[in-house]
Ligand binder design. Structure first.
Ligand SMILES: Cc1ncc(COP(=O)(O)O)c(C=O)c1O
Length: 390
């Protein structure tokens, strides 16, 4: 008999009742150190007092009004995002997938309005993940995600990650945009080198092709800058944001330059819940905390500490780990053992980690994880690896 919850997930037998900072407590009182943060969502830890206050204060005033009206909380968050990024304008969504959908629509409308309605193709890369909508799975193109769900939305071409020649050859007059994650999350914490991002930006500038960056997982302070692309010095035309921006409350955003957004006039897009007062009140508080240079400096310091520890861990368990990858607090352990076995062994040590493709275990802690919790996490990973080796 099919379970009451549609069985699309292989769930671990863990149910949590309470969270505080980097720790989760199960229904029966066991404490787990959380290095997954809801897959890079709880950027400021569980039950962060400032976020709880922002949410409850707003909840006592107003939950929902339609986008038919002015929403001051939405205006505040949009202003903050515009102030701190390349973007001139923002559309709020409830998830990363919805932001991806709008990115696709925006890029196509841009060329349609320029009198090039056939310029619809969007180039993507192997290992990409942009969500589970019909558009987002067509964009990622992997067999695992699309099998059985055809016919797929046309107009996407998936290129091999890192194949520069194929990319140059694919940049034809039909291409509307390239869409990519500066660091692939689901794909296995695969970092696109800064030089590649710069080269791609140059190629986009030469051809007019729009650059869409998906910073749903790697954005909002995760790499030690507000957004990951800032390390390379380039800016995109369009960017998807979600996960960390709500600190656990579901909210996403699509950021764009005025030029890229030119086609999105009244009536071309909408959302009932996107930009609701609750999500935006929390998002504005997250932005306030994360845009503080002292906060980002701490993320970088802790990332250095964690990475150094992980390098040591990998070196002392060569039969379990091949190495460490990633940037900031978006880290991956490339495994020699099965990554899902490492995740299970970590559960045994009351430590939560997240598997990814390419046999990688993802470590995406709260950005304000304490030094003591990093030390504790390293010790638990060490025990988990030892238990596997034996
Ligand atoms: C890079 C990236 N893009 C898009 C998405 C989809 O976001 P959501 O699950 O909020 O729809 C995800 C989710 O994991 C992601 O990691």
């Amino acid at each position: 008999m099919i379970p009451a919850i549609l069985p699309t997930y292989n769930r671990a037998p863990l149910a949590f009742a309470k969270g505080e900072g980097s720790w989760l407590t199960t229904m029966d009182g066991a404490r787990y150190l959380d290095l997954g943060a809801g897959i890079a969502v709880n950027a400021l830890g569980h039950a962060n007092p400032a976020l709880v206050e922002a949410l409850t204060e707003q909840a006592g005033q107003l939950w929902h009004v339609s986008n038919l009206y002015q929403i001051p909380q939405q205006q505040k968050l949009a202003d903050l995002l515009v102030e701190h990024t390349f973007a001139d304008t923002v559309f709020f969504t409830n998830s990363g997938t919805e932001a991806a959908e709008l990115a696709i629509k925006m890029a196509r409308k841009y060329w349609y309005d320029k009198g090039q309605p056939d310029r619809v193709e969007i180039l993507t890369f192997t290992g990409a993940f942009h969500g589970r909508s019909t558009g987002a799975i067509a964009a990622a193109g992997s067999e695992k995600m699309v099998k059985g769900f055809g016919p797929l939305m046309p107009g996407f071409k998936t290129l091999d990650f890192g194949d520069h020649d194929a990319l140059r050859a694919a940049m034809t007059d039909n291409v509307a945009a390239v869409m990519l994650e500066p660091i692939q999350g689901e794909g296995g914490i695969r970092v696109l080198p800064d030089a590649c991002l710069k080269g791609l930006r140059d190629l986009c500038d030469q051809t007019g092709v729009l650059m869409i960056l998906d910073e749903v997982q790697c954005g909002v302070g995760r790499t030690g800058k507000l957004f990951a692309h800032e390390w390379s010095g380039i800016t995109p035309d369009i960017m998807m944001v979600a996960k960390g921006i709500g600190g656990g409350f579901p909210i996403g955003a699509l950021l764009a330059t005025e030029n890229a957004a030119a086609g999105m006039v009244p009536g071309t897009h909408g959302s009932t819940y996107g930009g609701n007062p609750l999500g935006c009140a929390v998002g504005a508080k997250v932005m306030e905390v994360i845009t503080d240079p002292a906060f980002l400096a701490e993320v970088n310091r802790k990332a250095g500490l964690f990475r150094q520890g992980l390098e040591g861990l990998a070196a002392s368990h060569p039969e379990v780990f091949e190495g460490v990858r990633g940037a900031g607090l978006m880290l991956g352990l490339k495994c020699k053992a099965l990554n899902t076995d490492v995740v299970k062994a970590s559960y045994g040590q009351h430590l939560l980690t997240v598997p990814a493709a390419d046999n990688v275990v993802r470590l995406l802690p709260a950005l304000n994880i304490t030094d003591a919790d990093i030390t504790e996490a390293l010790a638990r990973l060490d025990h988990a690896a030892a238990s596997l080796a034996s």
